[in-house]
Design a protein around this ligand. Structure first.
Ligand SMILES: [Zn+2]
Length: 533
């Protein structure tokens, strides 16, 4: 057996710190804990949580009882000029935070030391030295973020290097070279990092790239080629202005490209398969539409559209794919052409366990319905249960359990006896089950909640199958399909066995879209449970 010893390359995520600077991104404590857990699970070595002491959420995050298998890192400033480390409240909060590591940010561009910090070059070095020493004394692993390192190096190489060397010599585990303005180009990064590693060993040098010329990923890889052994970035490239280096693109490149085979990272082959899901989960948390064209993980990343490619790709995928989509948890799709579309539908039917002959005339009919509905805004990719129902109906395999004759939702906004403004919602649903007409009414905290409660209140002989069904998530997105805006509702449900499924509804009317998704969820449960017709 041949043993290959690979060099360790470390990954550092700053989604919760730099990523939180993105316009329109506002993480709650719950979000931050969930993201940190997801990053640790993925195998990210360092997770930067934020600035303890600087805002209430970050203070709570650092106080929280986290059990994460990662080096949880606090971020903050070195001691202020002219103060001692024992007389700097900001530094004290950082040193007291429950973190495994501390990342200090310091100026490394002489111009910034004079203009922004209004101090001397020597005092800035002393601040770096004292801060690293104080954190080491507290038993923390230390990183020094050299702000504007590349611009600083171009202006005054010996001073930029002196900042980095001061931290390293004082015992900092990592010196982080930051392209803070994001304007440095890959060949410059590579040349400068090559100089730096002559003074500081590469396995103590990290790269932190911003994406202002859309080369943050390229700059990160250039730094690794030159000897740096830690990459900092964010999920989906989140970050202020144009974002940070995108770990979701960097990770598969490191894992799957032979050029980087000499490196070992903390993300296993098995975890790599969850990458597409990680990327989409973050988008869901931010209530953002995922970028369909995102490299590796986007819905379109492995789509082939018709023509001669389609048949070739089905015979030998490697002919048109640079890496296998399943490696990052994505999938191959072949669209549009009759032949390709049919193969795709057969593939999907097989995936959900419906056996059908490949020449079955119902398959092209189903394909037409899917195309039509996708154009209208239905997202079957995200709603497996609705897709399965659609397919089973087209193949004539779903009993007509019940009919909803009519429903009525009444929203009343008024002033109650105590003089308070209140909103009361009442839904009434008329359902026919067999020969019985059942009428149910329910009040809810909103129209969809009331409708859901009324619909599931009495389904006669089917009631026992849905008694323990609950809705676990409800997401609304406004889509612009051609001329008018429509609402797409995705509902996630859970049953007594802990099984989850997602259904979709689309309509110009939010209540109607919700109703469709609710109906699909109930019918799906009845089908799953094998309820009699
Ligand atoms: Zn940054």
């Amino acid at each position: 057996m041949r043993t290959v010893i690979r060099e360790r390359l470390y990954l550092f995520d700053t989604t919760l710190r730099d990523g939180a600077q993105t316009n329109g991104v506002d993480f709650t404590l719950h979000d931050k804990l969930a993201i940190a857990g997801m990053l640790a699970e993925l195998g990210i070595d360092y997770v930067e949580g934020g600035y303890p002491g600087a805002n209430p959420i970050d203070s709570e995050l650092f106080a929280a009882d986290r059990k994460l298998d990662t080096t949880f890192t606090a971020f903050g400033m070195t001691r202020r000029p002219g103060r001692s480390t024992s007389n700097d409240p900001g530094l004290a909060a950082l040193l007291e935070a429950r973190a495994d590591a501390i990342c200090f940010v310091a100026k490394s561009w002489d111009y910034h030391v004079h203009v922004a910090l209004e101090t001397t070059l020597e005092e800035n070095l002393a601040s770096i030295r004292d801060s690293v020493r104080a954190a080491k004394a507290k038993g923390r692993e230390v990183l020094l973020d050299c702000e504007h390192f590349f611009d600083g190096y171009k202006a005054n190489p010996s001073y930029a290097l002196a900042c980095a060397k001061t931290a390293y010599e004082e015992g900092a585990r990592w010196v982080v070279l930051c392209d803070t303005n994001g304007g440095t180009l890959p060949h410059e990064v590579e040349a400068i990092v090559r100089e730096v590693v002559k003074h500081i060993p590469g396995d103590h040098v990290a790269i932190h790239a911003h994406n202002d010329t859309e080369q943050a990923v390229a700059n990160s890889l250039a730094a690794v080629r030159a000897g740096a052994r830690q990459i900092q970035g964010t999920l989906n490239g989140l970050g202020e202005r144009c974002g940070n280096a995108n770990l979701i693109s960097i990770i598969p490149t490191l894992k799957l490209k032979p050029e980087f085979a000499e490196f070992e990272i903390g993300v296993s082959d098995e975890k790599l398969k969850s990458l597409a899901q990680v990327s989409r989960t973050l988008d869901e948390m931010l209530n953002r539409a995922p970028n369909r064209h995102a490299p590796y993980v986007g819905e379109s990343a492995f789509v082939t559209k018709a023509g001669i490619h389609a048949s070739a790709i089905l015979k030998e995928p490697a002919t048109y794919e640079h890496v296998p989509p399943a490696a990052i948890g994505n999938r191959r799709q072949v669209l549009v052409s009759e032949q390709g579309g049919r193969a795709n539908v057969l593939f999907e039917l097989d995936r959900i366990g419906i056996a059908v002959d490949k020449d079955d005339p119902r398959v092209p009919r189903l394909l037409d319905v899917i195309k039509e509905r996708q154009t209208a805004g239905y997202a079957y990719e995200a709603a497996d249960a609705s897709f399965e129902l659609l397919a089973r109906r087209a193949l004539g395999k779903v009993p007509n359990f019940f009919d909803v004759g009519k429903f009525d939702v009444h929203v009343e906004h008024r002033i109650n006896a105590k003089g308070e403004r209140i909103t009361v919602t009442l839904a009434v649903v008329k359902v026919r089950v067999g020969n019985d007409d059942l009428i149910s009414a329910a009040e809810g905290n909103g129209p969809v909640n009331a409708l859901d409660l009324a619909l599931r209140k009495d389904l006669g002989k089917y009631q026992k199958y849905i008694d323990r069904l609950k809705l676990t998530d409800y997401r609304v997105r406004i889509l612009n399909t051609g001329t008018e805006a429509v609402t797409r509702v995705l509902i996630e449900s859970e049953d007594e066995n802990g099984e989850h499924w997602t259904t979709v509804g689309v309509s110009p009317n939010i209540i109607d879209a919700s109703f469709q998704a609710l109906m699909d969820s109930i019918v799906y449960k009845l089908v799953k449970a094998g309820a009699p017709a």
